[in-house]
Design a protein around this ligand. Structure first.
Ligand SMILES: *Cc1c(COP(=O)(O)O)cnc(C)c1O
Length: 222
């Protein structure tokens, strides 16, 4: 079912997020809601911008290019995040659209991003995606290769990696995956943790999420 009033849903979620943060002994200001706005038109997004929401996640470069430049004109302090799989040849377009790329998940993409950063003299903030469930159909570096990949990105390619992101398997308990991501972040000195979606964000907050990516809880089923 589609939610009639995404702003009301957002307000309720924000207070839930605050409540879960408090319960975990954390500062609610340290947990940002990233609104996953894939498939939503500007008419559904605009009221959230008016409400003051600034962090949005999109899954596809093409869709983001169609929707966001016009919205950004009215909301320059927007923070648009790439949360879907990024093809290396779309890195140049992603640089123009996104403030954060959460899905750096393989060597070829890291190289394409490094090339684009060289060329443009700037770079979006980057998260490394970790395939915590080792699922073949999912993006992300394998957990046992995460440390080496993060080091290569930061040290050799001089990329601004500031966080980690994961999408746990749809079946089973998410907590071991969130705990693993938090542990990898801690030992690599990475501050940002993008984990938790509509179904499991309370658990993610408990385990240290700094960014929860919420779609259906705000807009309804896609
Ligand atoms: C769609 C999407 C979300 C939001 O999922 P919901 O279950 O609708 O909250 C979060 N992260 C990614 C990568 C997504 O594609």
């Amino acid at each position: 079912m589609q939610v009639d009033d995404p702003v009301a849903a957002y307000r309720k979620l924000r207070s839930e997020v605050d409540r879960y943060a408090h319960a975990a002994g954390r500062d609610p200001a340290g947990v940002e809601i990233v609104i996953a706005s894939k498939t939503q038109g500007a008419d559904r997004i605009d009221p959230l911008l008016v409400e003051g929401c600034r962090a949005f996640g999109e899954n596809r470069v093409q869709e983001a290019a169609e929707k966001w430049p016009a919205l950004r004109e009215r909301t320059p302090d927007l923070e648009l995040r790439m949360i879907g799989r990024l093809q290396s040849n779309k890195a140049p377009q992603a640089f123009q659209l996104f403030d954060v790329i959460e899905t750096v998940d393989r060597e070829s993409l890291a190289l394409a991003i490094a090339r684009e950063a060289q060329k443009t003299g700037r770079c979006p903030a980057l998260y490394v995606q970790v395939n915590t469930g080792c699922e073949p159909q999912k993006g992300g570096v394998l957990p046992n290769q995460a440390d080496a990949f993060i080091a290569r990105c930061r040290t050799e390619l001089e990329l601004p990696v500031i966080g980690l992101m994961c999408i746990p398997p749809s079946e089973g308990h998410a907590s071991p995956h969130f705990a693993m991501l938090a542990q990898i972040a801690r030992r690599n000195g990475l501050a940002d943790l993008s984990m938790g979606m509509s179904a499991d964000y309370p658990l993610a907050i408990q385990l240290g999420a700094t960014h929860v990516r919420l779609g259906s809880a705000i807009f309804g089923e896609r």
